[in-house]
Design a protein around this ligand. Structure first.
Ligand code: NAD
Length: 297
């Protein structure tokens, strides 16, 4: 299959690179020409715009920041819908909202293009290693075509049902992931304030049922060693927790922990934390409480 891949940021670059490294024919596009050149030098074909990328594609993936960019690239003037031929497949992997994904499904189906969503689970470091998880939403008849391509970018695919169900699953997943940012931060800042040895406390917390993937896998590799560079940008985290909060509001489901986390993220952004990793919420919480920033030795 000729594969098109749009959006070569922190996640998309690694996912597209996995396809290229496994010998797939991949055409790539991003507004950032440097990212396109990087993959060209590794064997991908670079496109100058979305139309050029779609010309020979059998399947197109997008991995963009959020609903606004996905709408522009998929449905905007000279977007995917205008240029991808009927009979081909379009899969969005970005984290977007329920209304947007359902509107994409309808618009592409009307054009005879199969549409699916496959948002990505696990951390950026897993994407770097080709170990991502995909929450695939697409009609059963297309699963056999799409799954093998996803397995070239990751290790795990869950078929969540029809198009749109990948996004719905992802919103719930990230609501939990991001709520742990706040829970971890409160626990670690309190541990410092109580004068505990942080290395010892960390070992305890990651060896009992208090453990969570964020604390165990991400925290020691990011904020707890002072690395605040974005694996997952706090601004994107705020977008995702807001998408979950909004989904709760429209479904009339109360989400008190989610909504509190959303507000803490909002305050962190207002204090200038955009561009830092979501785990930097722990430093923000320490600053607010006038406590030292928790670090492992
Ligand atoms: P990013 O901001 O690093 O990358 C986004 C890329 O999209 C950038 O390279 C940007 O230039 C490009 N782009 C934006 N508008 C464009 C347009 N109109 N045309 C072409 N390219 C355009 O974001 P990321 O961290 O790679 O995340 C991408 C998506 O994946 C988001 O929805 C995010 O929520 C989700 N996600 C992120 C992680 C993570 O750990 N970073 C994990 C899973 C899912």
């Amino acid at each position: 299959m000729n594969i098109g891949f749009i959006g070569l940021g922190r996640m998309g670059l690694s996912l597209a690179r996995s396809l290229v490294s496994k010998g797939e024919t991949v055409c790539v596009f991003d507004l950032n020409a440097e990212a396109v050149s990087t993959l060209e030098s590794e064997g991908a074909q670079g496109a100058r715009n979305v139309a050029e990328l779609c010309r020979n594609a059998d399947i197109v993936f997008t991995m963009l920041p959020g609903p606004k960019q996905v709408n522009a690239v998929a449905l905007g003037a000279d977007g995917i819908i205008e240029n991808l031929r009927p009979g081909s497949i379009y899969i969005d992997m970005s984290t977007i909202d329920v209304d947007t994904v359902d509107a994409l499904h309808q618009a592409f189906s009307e054009k005879g293009i199969a549409f699916g969503d496959a948002p990505v689970g696990r951390l950026a470091m897993h994407a770097d290693r080709g170990e991502s998880l995909f929450m695939l939403g697409i009609d059963e008849q297309y699963v056999a075509k799409v799954e093998p391509v996803l397995y070239k970018m990751g290790t795990t695919v869950y078929h969540c049902g029809k198009a749109g169900n990948g996004t719905r699953t992802k919103l719930i997943n990230n609501m939990m992931v991001l709520s742990y940012c706040q829970i971890n931060s409160e626990a670690l800042v309190l541990a410092q304030a109580l004068g505990l040895d942080l290395n010892n406390t960390f070992n305890v917390l990651t060896s009992t049922t208090a453990s969570n993937g964020q604390l165990k896998e991400k925290w020691p590799n990011k904020v707890l060693k002072g690395d605040l560079s974005p694996g997952f940008d706090l601004a994107l985290g705020y977008k995702d927790i807001s998408l979950a909060s909004n989904a709760g509001a429209s479904s009339q489901v109360a989400l008190p922990v989610c909504d509190t986390t959303r507000n803490v993220f909002r305050l962190a952004l207002a204090s200038g934390k955009a561009g830092q990793d979501t785990s930097s919420i722990t430093d923000f919480w320490a600053e607010l409480n006038n406590c030292p920033k928790p670090r492992l030795n």
